[in-house]
Design a protein. Structure first.
Lengths: 217, 217
């Protein structure tokens, strides 16, 4: 298809498509004339991926380019995970994080194989530091439940990646899953809080809750 | 203590404390003279809470005020949950979300009591819509694992709240847990991904992983 069709099918302005090409987020088309190029479904798919990363995932153009380059590279998948994680995480300086908070995160993750500079380890420690500062002590294993849930989700993430046929699909899922998975979990957690709250305190529940049902076949 | 001491103990500039008071985020102290007031540990605790909400949770001043007002109110706890959820969630217009994506979220949450306008339900549907657009189909129950994990975390959230002694501590934990819980889970998920990835692909693991250990007693 031509650029105009690619723009129409992807619902993306031509100026945006050209911007993605200049920023190396999207490969150029196959030249068919001095001012024409041909695009195919791989371009369409890539445009949607870039928009998902930037618009829904909130990534900067530079961060989106880093993960796109990781997808297109021959990096082992575990390194692609690392690039995706670093691109979508605030990078914290370990020296700025309280040693006690780091020790508590490591205790919650006891037995896990995790690098000292894993961005998630540092981010979780920084959250525990804030809980400390506001005087919140975890007496009853609240945070351990988060770690169990995180392990459940990480297993499902890897299962999904393992089941895909080729490296590109795997790498794309690593990236998309890292970026969109946070948003999916946070949404489902809010819905689950309403559900558990409605079960425990039915009388005080403010909204007319409804039990969700599977869609009709 | 006086304002200067409150500033020193909380490591917060006097100008910031006065700003919090003007914005109704912090109650004024007990007057002890024409230009003096006395502050106590409740003020210190509140300053740390406000800073946690704004600095770590990324809330706007208006959103922080809404959740502080919910803590100080006599609202039933379930409504405090609702205020916290709405304050820290992007509020999406249900009309703008694909009906198919909403139906799929409801299928994932089958049997949950959730209001149609729960911000998490809408946010999760919007994520599924993006997965659709980039051509990602969930064949193997990937998202169902997220829902199970979200339920696990929501149960732990409510257990923690239930165990606290008074309404103010409960309400504060609802708010703090909603804001900081997302950040804690997302950090632990990244660490768990590295752990599961290291177990499954030991040879390709890029970093010298280490097994985290509980801190020494």
């Amino acid at each position: 298809m031509k650029m105009a069709q690619l723009s129409a099918v992807s619902d993306t302005p031509i100026a945006t498509i050209k911007f993605y090409q200049r920023e190396n987020l999207l490969p150029v088309g196959e030249r068919t004339g001095p001012n024409q190029a041909r695009y195919d479904s791989t371009h369409l798919r890539r445009i949607r991926l870039v928009r998902g990363l930037i618009d829904v995932g909130g990534l900067s153009v530079a961060a989106a380019r880093a993960v796109i380059e990781a997808i297109d590279s021959e990096l082992p998948l575990s390194e692609t995970f690392g690039v995706a994680q670093r691109s979508v995480s605030d990078l914290l300086d370990p020296a700025g994080i309280d040693a006690g908070a780091l020790a508590r995160v490591d205790a919650i993750m006891a037995g896990w194989c995790v690098s000292a500079d894993n961005p998630g380890r540092l981010a979780a420690a920084s959250v525990l530091e804030t809980f400390d500062e506001i005087g919140h002590v975890d007496h009853r294993g609240w945070f351990a439940a988060y770690a169990s849930a995180a392990l459940l989700v990480a297993e499902a993430d890897l299962d999904e990646v393992d089941a895909l046929p080729d490296r590109e699909a795997k790498a794309e899922t690593v990236v998309v899953g890292t970026v969109l998975g946070d948003a999916l979990f946070s949404g489902l957690r809010r819905a689950a809080q309403e559900h558990v709250s409605a079960l425990r305190y039915p009388a005080t529940h403010p909204n007319p809750a409804r039990v969700t049902e599977p869609p009709e076949e």
